[in-house]
Design a protein around this ligand. Structure first.
Ligand SMILES: C[S@@+](CC[C@H](N)C(=O)[O-])C[C@H]1O[C@@H](n2cnc3c(N)ncnc32)[C@H](O)[C@@H]1O
Length: 245
């Protein structure tokens, strides 16, 4: 189903006019930018580092290759890619505050920071050997359009890897995870970053995001080949990948 035909869309559990989602998402990240990395560590018990390392392993960084890291935020993925042997990387994010936060921390001349929307990426066709997106696709209004853009900017033979919160199947773990998410996480977010709403949006948007099979279908529909996924931490997150062949 094309998202563009609908006038409304989910923003967490809220049903909003589709035109408003981009600004509401921007507002969330404007407010959390200064403490984003710190809250990530606390709220995931540091697990996001392990999840990101798994993503880097699939990207298999090489000196002659260039990565486009979409919705790259403060640049965790691109920096890890370079530190693990990658040649060059671009961080592309719609939010200047998130990018700026990353620039102050960045050290490499092989790293570029670009402000841009994943739905219309300011990059020419067939540019990157690898494209990644970590915890970004969930926030994008027109996901199908963004996936088509990913396909366009990948070189033939290139690989796309997506790390995103997903769906837990084990009932016991799902119940515990729901208690943590709904009863504790928003309060923790409020305590640390003075922003309960951003963390309420986080937990709700995770539940509204397509599950593992649905996202695989969307990637296949947007032309990716050999689409597969791997669950991490019981499906709390999943890494999807596909090739441009
Ligand atoms: C949860 S953060 C993830 C940041 C980083 N990838 C990481 O894993 O730490 C989501 C990022 O997506 C960005 N974003 C949301 N919508 C976007 C869009 N349409 N195009 C580009 N970036 C977008 C936000 O600005 C934010 O920096």
């Amino acid at each position: 189903m094309s998202q563009k035909k609908n006038k409304n869309i989910d923003f967490g559990y809220k049903n909003i006019s589709i035109d408003k989602k981009k600004d509401l998402v921007k507002d969330v990240f404007d407010k959390v930018a200064s403490k984003y990395d710190f809250v990530n560590d606390i709220s995931s018990f540091g697990l996001h580092r392990y999840w990101k390392n798994e993503l880097i392993y699939l990207l298999a960084p090489q000196k002659h290759q260039v990565l486009g890291d979409l919705a790259g935020g403060t640049g965790d993925i691109a920096k890890r890619y370079l530190l693990n042997g990658g040649g060059k990387a671009d961080i592309i994010d719609i939010n200047f505050n998130m990018i700026q936060r990353g620039i102050t921390k960045s050290i490499s001349k092989n790293l570029r920071h670009l402000v841009g929307n994943c739905e219309s990426i300011p990059i020419k066709d067939n540019t990157y050997d690898r494209v990644s997106i970590a915890f970004g696709l969930r926030n994008i209004t027109y996901r199908e359009k963004a996936l088509k853009e990913v396909y366009r900017i990948l070189k033939p033979g290139g690989r796309f890897v997506c790390l995103e919160f997903s769906h837990v199947e084990n009932k016991v773990i799902k119940n515990l995870y729901d208690i943590w998410s709904f009863k504790f996480l928003p309060s923790l977010g409020e305590l640390i970053s003075d922003n309960r709403k951003a963390y309420q949006y986080l937990v709700e948007s995770i539940r509204m995001f397509p599950n593992q099979e649905q996202l695989s279908y969307l990637m296949t529909k947007t032309n990716f080949s050999r689409v597969k996924y791997k669950n991490l931490s019981q499906g709390i997150v999943a890494i999807h990948s596909g090739w441009k062949i």
